[in-house]
Design a protein around this ligand. Structure first.
Ligand code: PBG
Length: 331
């Protein structure tokens, strides 16, 4: 590739950077509102709606507020919204039944959004942490996170979400075998067209801190998630996990967090050529937003960070900046 380049001065790279028109013509990656998924926090707990302290500009919304957000997404050309419930602490148990209640907060929000804005794709989170008294994504016995018992619970949860009308299920739990179990159950129940966006390469990351505040899971969490989420040191393992989830029936895969893991995004896209997403998580949002708000960097860092995901091979990005970025892209 490089060897076919003429030497200076025959080759002058600055020729193609001289004007905005020329730069646009030869741009390799592009970002549009259609590449974004907007994660939204929902609550029905009185007084819990409103700003999330560690995520300036982000609020927990009521179900009505989430419907208005979906309408805004539709106006801005954002194709999908992803729901995360802030559950009433009184409903959290060690057995997590609320997770598969047909009328839980998340399922009610899905129905309300699909009724009001059917063209928006609604994504849900398949993991037990918002319903778990101990804050973990899986069932816990004697301090151990149980894999197979958790998978059974996740299957019930996935079916309830499909029944409510979710278009995209996002298993974010990192248990082994959950994609295959969910896919088989969805087929058997007649939900053949419900898609799965697997959190295939999800790392045990300190960048999730503000999210746990937003969904009210920080206080509850005992210990850490290192026995199920990936070690940030690992790269080969990410590819093995993506291969595994695809073989079990995932339609799309995700790398999470985003910006510190762009190498993994590129590896996944190159190795599999499947729809690949990254999650620019809460801590990444907080860092960028905080620096912009303090005037330490210009707000251009937002679109630059999102374009970087596209350059790294991602088809789309889950980002709390979605509405702000879509407005900026619209000019
Ligand atoms: C939990 C879940 C987490 C996020 C999405 N789903 C947090 C965690 O694994 O502890 C993080 C998202 C973010 O930080 O923005 N199932």
């Amino acid at each position: 590739m490089t060897s076919s380049q003429a030497p200076f001065p025959a080759a002058r790279f600055r020729r193609l950077r001289r004007t905005a028109a020329l730069r646009a013509l030869v741009a390799e990656a592009r970002l549009s509102a259609a590449d974004l998924i907007w994660p939204v926090f929902v609550t029905d707990v009185g007084g819990a709606d409103g700003p999330v302290a560690s995520m300036p500009g982000v609020s927990r919304l009521t179900v009505d507020g989430a419907v208005r957000a979906a309408e805004e997404a539709a106006r801005l050309g954002i194709p999908a919204i992803c729901l995360f419930p802030y559950t009433d602490p009184a409903l959290k148990t060690e057995t997590c039944e609320e997770a598969w209640s047909p009328d839980n907060l998340s399922n009610r929000a899905v129905r309300a959004i699909k009724a009001a804005v059917p063209e928006i794709a609604v994504m849900t989170d398949v993991a037990l942490d918002p319903y778990n008294a101990n804050g973990h994504d899986g069932l816990v016995r004697d301090g151990v996170i149980l894999n197979d018992e958790t998978v059974e619970a996740l299957v019930r949860m996935a079916l309830a979400q499909a029944e409510a009308g979710a278009d995209i299920l996002g298993p974010s739990d990192m248990m082994d075998g959950r994609i295959g179990a969910m896919r088989a159950a969805l087929e058997a129940a007649g939900h053949k067209d419900v898609t799965i966006l697997s959190y295939a390469a999800k790392y045990a990351s300190a960048f999730y801190g503000p999210f746990r505040d937003a969904v009210g899971a920080s206080g509850a969490l005992k210990g850490d998630k290192k026995t199920y989420q990936m070690n940030p040191a690992n790269r080969d393992e990410a590819l093995r996990l993506v291969a595994r989830d695809l073989s079990e029936g995932a339609d799309m895969v995700m790398v999470k967090p985003g910006m510190p893991y762009l190498d993994i995004c590129r590896d996944v896209k190159d190795a599999f050529g499947v729809p690949t997403f990254a999650y620019q998580v809460s801590g990444e949002y907080a860092m960028l937003k905080g620096a912009v708000m303090n005037g330490w960097v210009k707000e251009d860092v937002i679109l630059e960070s999102l374009l970087a995901f596209r350059r790294a091979g991602c088809d789309g990005i889950l980002t709390y900046f979605a509405p702000e970025a879509a407005r900026a892209l619209a000019g």
